[in-house]
Design a protein around this ligand. Structure first.
Ligand code: ASP
Length: 350
């Protein structure tokens, strides 16, 4: 009888798809999902109750739908893509619809995704017609031999992949348009920043005055039941950017990184500094090679190295044990997670 049962279950196992077999053979990891909706001068004194409610509702939806994906057996990659797509579709955040405007009054979007299990990665930069840039980044990772595609080429690739394309007017929001007008006015002042990318002191870049319009990037990091990590980030970049400026979000290792051997990281903030300090990969290296606890590694880079150079921003990080770090050196950062089935959302400093 026992032998019969054994043979019976072995036959069953043979008919299972590979992923389920792995699950049947090994105990499940408790899934975790962490998201951010950008760091910046987010002050309670400047927030209305309605606005706060709207932000919390959007973050809650992204967390719940992303976590649902994990609970149904989806991968960390599926979860970060799901969560980021929801935030891209929400006009409150500087990604997808609601992205900030360039100097010329356009929306140029950047996004990246990375698989911590295989170190596969994909990203797009400077795209203007792809409704969900994070899905285009995933297509670059999974359907091409490349890691990064930019501009018109990335858009042509997205069209071939059957991804949703939109008229550029789709991304328009009144608030971001006003943000650009304000930035242009400031720029016209004699003390204004002509272009932060080309007029700078040796180590610190010149700080644009429209800090509030700078951030609002979205990102997610996840741990799935198979024990794998993933990260994704999506952004419109910085208000009034020009000359094809690209930030840290789509640069693998700067704004986005995931490695099962260390952690998954998604950043938000003044991208130039995050690129120069290769923030996400540096945190991963501190965890992997220096054996630093995740929180210490994230703090070392975000709370020490970035401000020491003159930059600001924040990040979310997650390791294979489900440890979470969400440091930021700005007034606030939209952020939240679901861990052990419990949802937590915060905006300001605790
Ligand atoms: N990091 C983004 C960039 O520099 C901006 C942001 O986080 O809002 O493009």
């Amino acid at each position: 009888m026992r032998l019969f049962l054994l043979l019976f279950s072995l036959t069953l196992m043979q008919n299972l798809p590979a992923q389920q077999k792995a699950v049947a053979a090994s105990p499940k990891t408790m899934p975790v999902l962490v998201i951010h909706g950008g760091a910046g001068t987010i002050l309670k004194s400047q927030m209305t109750p309605e606005k706060e409610k709207a932000y919390k509702a959007a973050l809650t939806e992204a967390l719940q739908k992303g976590y649902d994906t994990l609970q149904k057996g989806g991968t960390a990659l599926d979860a970060v893509e799901t969560a980021v797509r929801i935030l891209e579709d929400c006009p409150l955040f500087n990604a997808g619809k609601g992205a900030v405007f360039t100097h010329e009054g356009k929306n140029e979007l950047d996004a990246a995704i990375m698989n911590g299990k295989t170190l596969a990665a994909g990203s797009v930069a400077g795209v203007t017609t792809i409704r969900n840039p994070v899905s285009a980044a995933r297509a670059v990772m999974e359907k091409s031999n490349h890691v990064m595609m930019v501009g018109k080429g990335a858009e042509a690739f997205a069209a071939v992949q059957g991804l949703a394309l939109v008229e550029s007017a789709y991304f328009f929001t009144e608030e971001r348009w006003k943000g650009l007008q304000k930035a242009l006015e400031e720029e016209a002042q004699p003390s204004g920043v002509v272009d932060s990318a080309i007029r700078h002191t040796p180590s610190a870049l010149r700080q644009p005055e429209n800090r509030d319009n700078k951030y609002g990037t979205v990102g997610a990091v996840a741990l799935d039941q198979y024990g794998n990590l993933a990260a994704a980030t999506s952004t419109g970049g910085m208000t009034n950017k020009r000359f094809g400026r690209v930030g840290d979000a789509p640069i693998i290792g700067a704004g986005t990184y995931a490695n099962n051997a260390s952690c998954a990281v998604s950043c938000t903030g003044w991208g130039e500094y995050f690129i120069r300090l290769v923030v996400a990969k540096t945190i991963s290296d501190l965890v992997e090679y220096k054996k630093m606890p995740l929180k210490n590694a994230a703090d070392e880079v975000c709370m020490k190295q970035v401000p020491a150079l003159g930059g600001d921003g924040g990040l979310i990080a997650l390791d294979k044990k489900g440890n979470i770090a969400m440091p930021f050196n700005t007034a606030g950062m939209y952020r939240g997670y679901i861990k052990n089935g419990k949802l937590q959302i915060s905006i300001y400093k605790e």
